[in-house]
Write a new protein. Structure first.
Length: 130
């Protein structure tokens, strides 16, 4: 008996050659979403520290020149502004929204844990994504 000493070149596994595709697709999806979330927050912070007369300038000054705290002192020092009312309205809306979300999440969590139905994984993924 003779042994075959030839080495055959192993073909790459089809899934290993495309390892970079999924992370690339995730970056392409989540990067614009992160941009959509971060830009308004950055704008809000920038405007908080910008003088009122400079807030409508175009193009936007992302780094206020000069930075100021007068907007904050104006809101808290002006007795004609109903800041307690604004705070209580925000607290009420946040509390009601949280109670509704917890209730609905409990119901959907039970359904996902106990029931089998077509498309369960896709709907669960959509729920987690949202």
């Amino acid at each position: 008996m003779t042994q075959d000493t030839r080495t055959t070149r192993a073909e790459p596994h089809p899934h290993k050659s495309r390892k970079w595709v999924r992370p690339l697709l995730l970056w392409l999806v989540f990067l614009p979403l992160a941009f959509i979330v971060i830009v308004p927050v950055a704008y809000m912070v920038t405007m908080a520290f910008t003088l009122e007369r400079n807030q409508l300038n175009f193009p936007i000054e992302w780094i206020p020149n000069p930075p100021t705290l007068t907007n904050f002192t104006h809101i808290f020092a002006d007795t004609t502004l109903p800041i307690v009312r604004w705070f209580s309205n925000s607290l009420l809306i946040a509390t009601i929204g949280t109670v509704i979300i917890v209730f609905l999440s409990t119901l959907s969590g039970y359904a996902f844990a106990r029931l089998e139905f077509p498309g369960k994984q896709y709907i669960f993924s959509l729920l987690i994504f949202s």
